[in-house]
Design a protein around this ligand. Sequence first.
Ligand code: GLU
Length: 284
Amino acid sequence: MGLSGAMAQLRTRFAPSPTGYLHIGHAASAFHVWAAAQEAGGDVVLRIEDIDQTRCRPEFEDAIYEDLAWLGLEWTGGIRRQSNHYEDYAKVLDALAARGLVYRCFRTRKEVLSEIDRAPHGASAAFIGEPLSNDEENARIRRGEAYAWRLSLTRAKDALGPTFETLGFSEEGKGWQEADPDAFGDVVLARKDIPTSYHLATTHDDALQAMTHIIRGEDLFASTSIHVLLQALMGWPTPIYRHHDLLLDEHGKRFAKRDKSRTLRAMREDGFTPANIRHLTGAK
Ligand code: GLU
């Protein structure tokens, strides 16, 4: 499906997380991103999504640069490393907190799961909580209890009014997609000791970096509902999305970072060329 030729300037991004070596599935995704930019004469920026400091490692980040260079994929401008910008994400959280849209949730993972099971409409993945009273919240903070910052879906609905029902996004080749934030319930946007979540950081950066198109795997399709909700709440524009099919292995399973043999690094050592990789991913 071609991108609109009338587009003044396409800007998109490749946003890997350095939690392992890039594998052939990442290469497939990168080829989708770069092909779209090339077709429209646009730019690709590189963003390192390294907010999960327990899983991200510098050697994986270095390997990303090396692998992209090997594949001949060049990005425009500087690299944005999310871990250098925690203050930006804290500002968004503060802005949401000032409007009463996020609350501290002290429930453990186990408690959240049992709450979901007891939901009136049967089990769903969605957890809906509620802010505590100031006194109770302060007492728990003083006791040093762990908490998550959750986006209140109920408050978000109140804040957006009728707009909430119209939330959606344009998916290239498929047209308008209605967003379904209800499926997520109150999502976690940060934690006591973790300043941001993927949803918050990526949506903030997409707006900051003026992305016109988001091209990524279909595994992230559902998350787009949350991203669209955050965009509406923060007054950020909604880019055009394209969620591409995931590359599957010979057993019909998606590649994962644990499939060591399919990392670009291992394949390079085994003698594969960038042209071989392109061919294997089905990219032109
Ligand atoms: N950092 C995410 C990942 O590596 C991708 C985020 C995105 O494209 O929105 O899976």
